[in-house]
Design a protein around this ligand. Structure first.
Ligand code: PLP
Length: 467
């Protein structure tokens, strides 16, 4: 399998190189040159497979001969057979007739990002061992990505990981999930600044990596990394097969920030899974909902909401959809996004109409979020986290056919966001799962640094395992 850039100018790469690369050299994102397609008969034959076996069927065509099948199977068994605290890995919980939540928060850090990052850590270490290479992962986090990346890479021998978070601006649960993980390759940096400051330093470091002495390279763990999208395709097949697919069509509602998770659903559909509706659910940072409703793609100021993991100004993975909407014309995408950086843009009407056939959308504010947490608790005594609540609200608002199962992706455990649950007024407090109940007693380790690029780069240069 070859991968090409959404901006049309960077060289095509194989799976291994795509894994180790962040942005393409032309500023684009990598996508598969062509998608595998599965017949209904083939999908039907996957009924009853374990999550890990299903993951192999869905992902193997993307990995292809880059990793021998038996090694890839072992990696998937380790990821989905061991690291998740629920035997079903992605259990479905029923809310109403034909309405479901797929719980994607049973992994080590209680958010869906574990599905991809638990695998990504293992893939990276495998490829680096083979190549006798070492990489430094540098990432900025406002919450969930940092902890999932640290958990995913803690056992990697060929990876040092440096995660920047804004000092005193992440929740205590989120900070402790990062800073209590032990390992001499794990480094948490609390920056005296905000999330944007952290992200700016990461971007600058990717742009000029000379502070690493030219001996190693930086690798990306955010959702511009293709392997993350790939791993997320699997659970759409998993949910469908559990509820009578592929002989019934399914609808999915997806709490969306960077458009990674829902893009995986779009790919599942293109690969042959019958999906009749995909709902983009956003919070008040609703650039995608505004685009879907009015063909105007415009960055507005960032709003802080009760669903912080969806607080974004632009959705980086949306570029992957724009590439398809433009008939995979990379230069058209490049021009569009260069213009979008300067002001509002639109796409040709027939392209936009096509996008509206593919997706429905909704934006839910904080009040709608807490109302939904309360509504579902009153109906089912089931606690939603604020991100999942937005998904459920959008599912209920956008649903077209009650005979089709509507599945909301449950992206985080409610104990990660106790404030939103408290604000909803329900008389229940979310508690951490037993395997994490001692989180507040565990010892923390992190370094506080000034909002200063040379200080941060100096710290990394001194602490990565320069072997
Ligand atoms: C990251 C995240 C999202 C958004 O996912 P995208 O792939 O960026 O759209 C939604 N909910 C939670 C809890 C998250 O951590």
């Amino acid at each position: 399998m070859r991968y090409i850039s959404t901006r049309g100018e960077a060289p095509a790469l194989g799976f291994e190189d795509v894994l180790l690369t962040g942005l393409a050299t032309d500023g684009g994102l990598y996508v598969p040159e062509s998608l595998p397609h599965f017949s209904l008969e083939e999908i039907r034959s996957w009924r009853g497979l374990s999550y890990s076996e299903l993951a192999f069927k869905v992902m193997h065509p993307f990995v292809d001969d880059a990793i021998p099948a038996e090694d890839f199977r072992r990696m998937l068994d380790e990821t989905y057979g061991v690291a998740f605290a629920h035997k079903a890995v992605a259990p479905l919980v029923q809310l109403d007739t034909n309405e479901w939540v797929m719980e994607l928060f049973r992994g080590p850090t209680l958010a869906f990002k574990d599905f991809a990052l638990q695998l990504l850590g293992r893939l990276l270490d495998y490829v680096l061992e083979k190549r006798k290479q070492h990489v430094v992962i540098m990432g900025a986090t406002s919450g969930d990505t940092g902890s999932a990346a640290i958990e995913g890479c803690r056992r990697c021998e060929h990876v040092d990981i440096f995660i920047l978070h804004p000092h005193e601006r992440v929740s205590e649960v989120q900070r402790r999930q990062m800073t209590t993980v032990k390992g001499d390759n794990i480094h948490n940096i609390a920056v005296r600044g905000n999330f944007d400051d952290c992200q700016r330093m990461v971007k600058a470091s990717f742009g000029d990596q000379s502070f690493l002495g030219g001996k190693t390279q930086l690798a990306a763990v955010n959702s511009i990394n293709w392997a993350r999208i790939m791993a997320q395709i699997v659970y759409y097949f998993h949910a469908s097969l559990a509820l009578g697919g592929p002989d019934r069509s399914m609808a999915f509602s997806v709490p969306t920030g960077n458009f990674g998770d829902i893009f995986a659903g779009y790919l599942a559909k293109k690969m042959g899974l019958p999906i009749s509706q995909l709902v983009i659910a956003t919070n008040r940072n609703d650039i995608l909902h505004r685009f879907m409703s009015g063909n105007r793609y415009e960055q507005l100021n960032l709003e802080h909401t009760l669903s912080p993991s969806m607080d974004i100004m632009v959705s980086s993975n949306f570029e992957r959809l724009l590439f398809d909407l433009h008939g995979r014309d990379g230069l058209a995408v490049k021009e569009l996004l260069e213009n979008a950086a300067k002001g509002p843009v639109s796409i040709e009407d027939y392209r936009w109409r096509h996008a509206r056939k593919l997706f429905d959308s909704d934006a839910v504010d904080d009040e709608g979020t807490t109302d939904t947490i309360r509504e579902v608790f009153d109906q089912n005594e089931y606690l939603l986290d604020p991100h999942t609540a937005i998904g459920v609200r959008a599912a209920r608002n956008c649903r077209r056919d009650p005979a089709i199962p509507m599945i909301t992706l449950g992206t985080a455990h409610p104990a990660k966001f106790p404030d939103a649950v408290l604000r909803s007024g329900v008389k229940a407090e979310p508690s951490l799962p037993v395997h994490m109940s001692d989180l507040f007693e565990r010892e923390e380790q992190y370094t506080v640094l000034d909002n200063d690029l040379p200080a941060v780069q100096g710290f990394i240069a001194k602490h990565w395992k320069n072997t």
